[in-house]
Design a protein around this ligand. Structure first.
Ligand SMILES: [Zn+2]
Length: 448
């Protein structure tokens, strides 16, 4: 019998649910984070199983927890990673207390229910269950619960990579932003994150003649900055079809009905994709998401100019949230931006992260496909490019192949994306149980 068939999943599910609720009840809102109690809690959970976790502080009250289950070393390790921090809440917009872990209508409500204390719990349970099974592992299995992902990872994954690389280095990292289901034309798709965009935030400075507000100047610094904001806001940079996106679109359209099957495929043709995105696709949100997957993007988000109503300022600054597709550098990106806004404005890079990309045809994808196919017959696993960034941006510096696979079976009417960082963040309990069993089976097939 396979190891996952020997487990009493009713018992394991209720044990996991208790831990999940305990973790939600710890307020690890970032800022300030305060992840240490959650790290200690997980360490205690591992110690009870005879494992030897380490809690590593990165700042006062900020901590990471790692725990390794040793294998024979025949193959390199796998890292199961979750971040312990959550984003802030507006409690008055919630129907329940976001830190009470309330069960309602078949769901568990709470900040972190999908981002990502569910996955933290599932990963920790994988380690515990594998230890209890007592089987010989071909690879070390490492758990990491890290701080600070929601603020970029300085006290979490980045800190671990810079200071404790030997404790986390692995062939694969399995973490968030993939593995959830989405339905279209009656088909359930599971999106596995194989790539994420990089970051290139810009500060663009414009200059002009100062003057009196009573005499308008069409070339004032402020008007130039406004023109740049409008240009970047309205015009797209050139289209580039990343490998992960080509696979995603082709595999998905093969399972859709006409006309969606055709529309999605045509998105890969730069000559028609603008028209499809702007005029044909009925759902604006879906069109925006596809536009972001097909282009490097330069999104103006902050503008500073002037201080007095009757004075024309001589300088204006615009901050632009730039995101890069795999294969592109900040220099490539600035070239594309310059092609739209010209050479005059000063451009300064204020923050950058390189894009992340793992093979979409790696054997681990086959394992995920097999396991999902067995547990949810007829469902389709697709590789996906994520437009935001996660801890993978730091793990990849150690040469890890990073996959977002936090399996979650969702009802057709529940949108994962809308719940992320949203009010009334919640997870269907049967979807959580599905994830627990699915993740364990994938991990077991990779390490045994
Ligand atoms: Zn997250």
């Amino acid at each position: 019998m396979a190891v996952w068939e020997e487990i009493n999943w009713d018992d394991v599910y209720s044990e996991a649910l208790d831990h999940f609720k305990d973790l939600i009840r710890m307020e690890t809102v970032n800022p300030p984070g305060n992840e240490k109690p959650a790290a200690e809690y997980l360490a205690e959970m591992f110690r009870r199983e005879g494992l030897e976790p380490e809690v590593i502080e990165s700042a006062p009250e900020r901590a990471n927890v790692v725990c390794r289950l040793k294998g024979t070393g025949e193959k390199p390790p796998i890292l199961l990673n979750g971040h312990l921090d959550v984003v802030p809440v507006e409690p008055d917009k919630w129907s329940v207390n976001p830190f009470q872990a309330v069960e309602k209508d078949g769901c568990l409500y709470g900040r972190g229910a999908v981002d990502m204390k569910n996955m933290v719990t599932m990963c920790a349970m994988c380690l515990v269950l594998m230890k209890r099974a007592g089987a010989a592992l071909k690879r070390d299995l490492i758990f990491s619960g890290v701080a600070d992902e929601e603020a970029g990872g300085k006290y979490g994954s980045q800190f671990m990579v810079d200071n404790h690389a030997d404790k986390v280095k692995a062939e694969y990292s399995i973490s968030e932003m993939g593995g959830f289901s989405m339905e279209m034309d009656g088909v359930r798709f599971y999106l596995v994150q194989v790539a994420e965009k990089g970051v290139c935030w810009l500060r663009i400075k414009t200059k002009g003649e100062p003057g009196h507000g009573s005499i308008p100047d069409r070339d004032s610094a402020l008007i130039k900055a406004a023109r740049i904001a409008r240009t970047l806001g309205w015009k797209r940079l050139p289209q580039h079809n990343a490998e992960a996106v080509v696979r995603f679109v082709n595999m998905m359209s093969a399972h859709l009905k006409f006309p969606k099957s055709l529309v999605f495929k045509l998105l890969l043709k730069p000559s028609v994709s603008d028209i499809l995105l702007d005029k044909v696709m009925p759902d604006k949100g879906v069109a925006q998401a596809f536009a972001a997957m097909l282009h490097n993007t330069a999104n103006p988000t902050v503008i500073h100019a002037g201080g007095k109503t009757n004075v024309i300022p001589s300088e204006a600054t615009l901050e632009v949230d730039g995101r890069l597709l795999p294969g592109f550098t900040s220099a490539d990106f600035i070239k594309e931006v310059r092609a739209l806004i010209g050479d005059e404005p000063e451009i300064e890079v204020i923050h950058e992260l390189t894009p992340t990309e793992a093979p979409a045809d790696d054997p681990i994808m086959e394992v995920m496909r097999e396991v999902i196919g067995r547990r949810d017959p007829g469902a389709v696993v697709l590789p996906n490019l994520v437009t935001g960034f996660t801890d993978a941006t730091h793990w990849k510096k150690l040469g890890m192949k990073c996959y977002g696979f936090s399996p979650l079976k969702l009802p057709a009417d529940l949108s994962f994306k809308n719940m992320f960082h949203g009010h009334d963040e919640r997870i269907p309990l049967d979807g959580f149980r599905f994830g627990l069993e699915t993740l364990f089976e994938v991990v077991a097939r990779m390490v045994l």
